[in-house]
Design a protein around this ligand. Structure first.
Ligand code: FES
Length: 183
């Protein structure tokens, strides 16, 4: 099938591998959408048509999935994507204030991408670390207890590109790696 999306050989290989694992091609739709989104950052109309063709479906069958699931997107997020948890345990510990601080300091409204494409902000449901809220995820790294003054400092470091390596804001993933003894 013609590679109009210019997907990498790796993504195409993954798609070719995943589709036959399902008894019906249609059942692979979510997997294929995720693979395409992982590479392109979003699934626009062209991508939607390509996936539909690959799975012998109509574009509407793909579009309805993309518009239904909040983690699927028709337009890409910013180069740095910041998520703030808004579910009750984090909300009780100040996540609404954290989101407002980020809106002001990063210059982007929640649910949007900044005009220059640098930052996007998402105020979303539980990020699965409820005991250490407010929880913030930047790209793939999780940060805990980000509220009040800490939220301001966090945003300053993020804007300066200096967040990595700051002991006070070590991500959950970095802490975990340090706990795993090297072989
Ligand atoms: S409530 Fe915020 S991470 Fe679960």
């Amino acid at each position: 099938m013609e590679n109009l999306l210019k997907l990498s050989a790796e993504t195409l290989a993954k798609i070719d591998e995943v589709v036959p694992k399902y008894p019906q091609k249609r059942s692979a739709a979510l997997m294929v959408i995720h693979l395409v989104q992982d590479e392109l950052g979003a699934v626009d109309d062209t991508a939607c048509e390509w996936i539909a063709k690959r799975l012998e479906l109509q574009p509407i069958n793909i579009k309805e999935l993309i518009t239904f699931y909040p983690m699927l997107r028709e337009n890409p997020w910013g180069r740095k994507h910041v998520r703030v948890c808004r579910t009750l345990p984090c909300a009780l510990r100040g996540s609404y204030g954290t989101c407002k601080t980020f809106e002001k300091m990063l210059g982007v409204k929640e649910g949007h991408v900044r005009e220059d494409g640098e930052y996007s902000l998402e105020f979303m449901e539980c990020l699965a670390d409820c005991g250490q809220g407010p929880v913030v995820i930047v790209d793939e790294k999780t940060y805990e207890n980000i509220e009040g003054e800490r939220a301001t400092k966090f945003a300053e470091l993020l804007l300066d590109g200096k967040l990595d390596g700051v002991e006070e804001f070590k991500s959950y993933e970095e802490s975990l790696n340090q706990q795993i003894p090297k072989q």
